[in-house]
Design a protein around this ligand. Structure first.
Ligand code: MN
Length: 292
């Protein structure tokens, strides 16, 4: 087992608004060298760093829009989002919850701050991650995994270091709550000050972490501050994280999908022809209907 080193640490870029409810820093694919091929199967990562939204009677968010060809994963750290889709599905994603939506052949959905959160106002902090699907699954039936915080299994770390929540994949023999189409590990590590956790992934897996809260040192060498992303090298397997203050770390590692990527806005397919087809299907109403 050899050490997996940090390839680079990426600072959050200038935020932009998605609709009027999500103030995000884009890391994947917009940041230098975090393109879809390098990060596959992770093809988009938007991070709403902690941001205060004042009270309003008109919930903020993003209106009806389509997706095809991949999965959207919403990880809530602060605040609450209501989701509705064209299959009639819907739900509320609150602090600690994860929504894993397989858009696959296509859905329409809308994402708004939950009504009571909007009325009260408050801090809002979330990640939206897009996980690509292999060609054979891109046109499969859409589905929805609403994963409540209590349903996520936890590994307690020795020496009161903290715990690791296994959203997907496997950590220390504990299986993740989400089912995935290709090998994906997605964890929330909640570390106490001074706590150490070690992680181990195949060298070829694309691996990164995003520091949601606190401050950490990776491999006793590389300091990472709040809201920064660390990208790991594709050499070596094992790395350690030491929390220099209480820390919350999102860890992602997945087997790259070695297929061509054709991406256009909310559609991510393998060829341009499939993108044209997606646009035609959307315009023809084949993604269903959802009221604004
Ligand atoms: Mn969406």
């Amino acid at each position: 087992m050899s050490v997996k080193n940090v390839e680079m640490v990426v600072a959050p870029r200038q935020p932009h608004f998605v609709g009027d409810g999500f103030r995000v820093h884009n890391f994947i694919p917009g940041a230098y060298r975090l393109d879809m091929e390098r990060m596959s199967p992770f093809i988009m990562l938007d991070y709403n760093s902690k941001f205060y939204f004042p009270p309003t009677d008109q919930p903020r968010g993003v209106g009806v829009h389509p997706h095809r060809g991949f999965e959207t994963v919403t990880i809530a750290y602060k605040g609450s989002v209501a989701h509705h889709d064209s299959s009639g599905g819907g739900g509320i994603i609150s602090e600690g919850d994860v929504q894993w939506m397989t858009a696959a052949s296509g859905v329409l959905h809308k994402e708004y701050h939950e009504e009571n959160f909007s009325k009260a106002g408050g801090d809002f902090q979330m990640v939206q991650l897009w996980v690509n699907l292999p060609a054979k699954d891109k046109m499969s039936t859409p589905k929805y995994q609403a994963i409540k915080h209590q349903a996520i299994q936890t590994v307690q770390l020795p020496d009161n270091a903290g715990k690791v929540e296994v959203i997907a994949g496997n950590y220390a023999g504990v299986e993740g709550a989400a089912s995935t189409f290709t090998p994906v590990n997605l964890f929330n590590a909640r570390l106490n000050r001074g706590g150490v956790a070690t992680f181990n992934f195949p060298a070829a897996y694309n691996t990164a972490l995003l520091l949601i809260e606190g401050s950490i040192v990776i491999n006793d060498d590389e300091t990472v501050d709040t809201d920064h992303l660390a990208l790991f090298s594709n050499e070596g397997e094992e790395f350690s994280i030491r929390a220099t203050e209480d820390a919350l770390v999102l860890i992602l590692s997945g087997e790259p999908i070695q297929e061509p990527i054709a991406a256009h806005g909310p559609f991510v397919m393998n060829t341009q022809q499939e993108i044209v087809q997606a646009i035609q299907d959307f315009n023809a109403g084949k993604f269903g209907f959802l009221e604004e």
